[in-house]
Design a protein around this ligand. Structure first.
Ligand SMILES: [Zn+2]
Length: 478
């Protein structure tokens, strides 16, 4: 089948909207470098669009009616939004879903140590990373330190131009003959991904009496682990926490710097964390911009996809189902059976990024069944590898329904697999929602160098995916 380049289908009006959306998208990425920061950014956007917190509506004793908009946050890391439609919810919802966690280096619980004159933070990487990509690049630290008195210190260091950054060292090329013989997976080992955070020993200033010269200050080093002690003094003074507080901290080490336009033609975006915030942002925007629908709209943006959707804030947690039950309770429809009907009659676009065709590594892809940057929104009928293992496999009837909606609205889309049959594969949240018996298809945006510190997308795909989500939100009703 012939594939169109999405850019060729746009007039000046489209380009103007595209540029506006992509600028907002870059700002979203800059404000949301962790799942917690993403949730904060999403709540801000949702409240501006008239969404209210579900828990406060419950407390107030109000009920929900057509057109009402609510959101519910789970443990500051996952969020679900609803806009009540005209039809009863038991007839099903149109659901958009994506994840907001991204690969990174997490700081361990007992992380701080000194070695060879450097202070380090020990890390454990999160999600699938090529470890060698994380050395010698500027890194930022984002996250929270929660103290035993219940107070939270929010940390974001390394993004402001005046901020210091951090880094992981690598062996100089002159001494690397042995290292370079190793396989790429072993060149940098997981335990070698500790970040350097300081090199200056703590100097205590002590007053000394000198008879002839009067009072004079004399510097004294504090002995063993003086660099580490220097860092602890800074953490205490500037951030108000102590070494023991690392025990109850969640600190994420991510590439420092803002999302950028890429290419002389500014056709692409190069940024950290586009997997899967590109789908999360476009799903959210589509939801916020869509009004007056027959079916209730829902948008789920979750944590922990990169580690198997486990835990209380992952898609496998029941927080989503509980929120649906609460919303139905407020619309006056709640019963166990109605919740089940609502979920099983829903249609979902479960979105995650798809690996884009990379001409430099052409042999890893099936050119007929791969996503192209600039090729429009991507649909993956299935995602597993080696016999479709572990994949949600969307029904042909459902795909035909989506095709019909998209063709009517002239949305550019492409269909793809993640790579060659015996190579590709990857999990998403689709199979978990499919457990309710609802129609789910994997969809999303093509990304070049997926899971690298800096990932690339096409601005045209970002815009087209937003258009696709809107068409789905308004039109799906299977
Ligand atoms: Zn993903």
């Amino acid at each position: 089948m012939e594939k169109k380049n999405t850019w060729e289908t746009y007039d000046a009006k489209h380009i103007k909207k595209l540029e506006k959306l992509c600028l907002e998208y870059r700002e979203f990425l800059d404000h949301g470098k962790t799942e917690r920061e993403c949730v904060d950014a999403i709540v801000n956007l949702a409240e501006q669009a008239g969404y209210r917190e579900l828990e406060s509506v419950i407390k107030s004793g109000e009920s929900l009616r057509q057109g009402d908009r609510v959101y519910s946050v789970w443990m500051n890391k996952s969020i679900v939004l609803f806009q009540i439609g005209k039809q009863p919810m038991c007839q099903g919802m149109n659901v958009l879903g994506a994840h907001i966690d991204s690969p990174r280096l997490d700081v361990k619980q007992n992380p701080l140590y000194e070695e060879g004159g450097f202070a380090y933070l020990d890390t454990h990487y999160y999600g699938g990373v090529k470890k060698y990509q994380w050395v010698t690049i500027p890194l930022a630290i984002h996250g929270v330190v929660v103290k035993t008195d219940g107070s939270t210190v929010e940390i974001a260091v390394g993004e402001d131009e005046e901020d210091p950054v951090f880094f992981v060292s690598d062996l100089l090329i002159h001494l690397a003959q042995e290292q370079l013989e190793k396989k790429a997976a072993k060149v940098i080992e997981g335990e070698a991904l500790d970040i350097i955070i300081g090199n200056k020993p703590l100097i205590l200033e002590k007053k000394k009496k000198d008879k002839e010269e009067g009072e004079e200050k004399d510097g004294h080093s504090v002995g063993k682990d003086a660099v580490k002690k220097g860092i602890l003094a800074i953490l205490k003074e500037q951030y108000g926490f102590e070494e023991a507080d690392f025990l109850s901290a969640e600190l994420e080490v991510v590439p420092a710097g803002k999302a950028r336009e890429a290419g002389f033609d500014r056709s692409m975006i190069l940024a950290y964390g586009q997997d899967d915030r590109v789908c999360a942002f476009t799903s959210l925007k589509a939801m916020l911009d869509t009004k007056e629908t027959d079916r209730t709209l829902c948008c789920i943006l979750v944590d922990k996809e990169e580690v198997g959707s486990v835990g209380a804030t992952g898609m496998q947690s029941h927080f989503f189902e509980n929120a649906v039950a609460e919303v139905m309770n407020l619309t006056g429809e709640y019963s166990e059976l109605n919740v089940r009907r609502c979920l099983s009659h829903s249609c979902m676009l479960s979105s995650d990024v798809s690996s884009a065709f990379d001409p430099s590594y052409a042999s890893s892809f099936d050119k007929k069944n791969v996503a192209y940057l600039g090729g429009g929104m991507v649909f993956n009928k299935f995602t597993g590898s080696r016999g479709k293992s572990g994949s949600n496999d969307a029904n042909a009837e459902y795909i035909a329904h989506i095709r019909d909606i998209f063709e009517r609205k002239n949305i550019n889309f492409q269909t793809a697999e993640l790579g060659k049959v015996d190579l590709g594969g990857g999990g998403t949240i689709a199979y978990i929602l499919a457990l309710y018996g609802m129609n789910v298809i994997d969809s999303g945006v093509a990304v070049l160098n997926m899971h690298a510190p800096w990932e690339a997308t096409s601005k045209a795909d970002v815009y087209e995916t937003y258009r696709g989500y809107r068409a789905f939100a308004e039109g799906a009703s299977l």
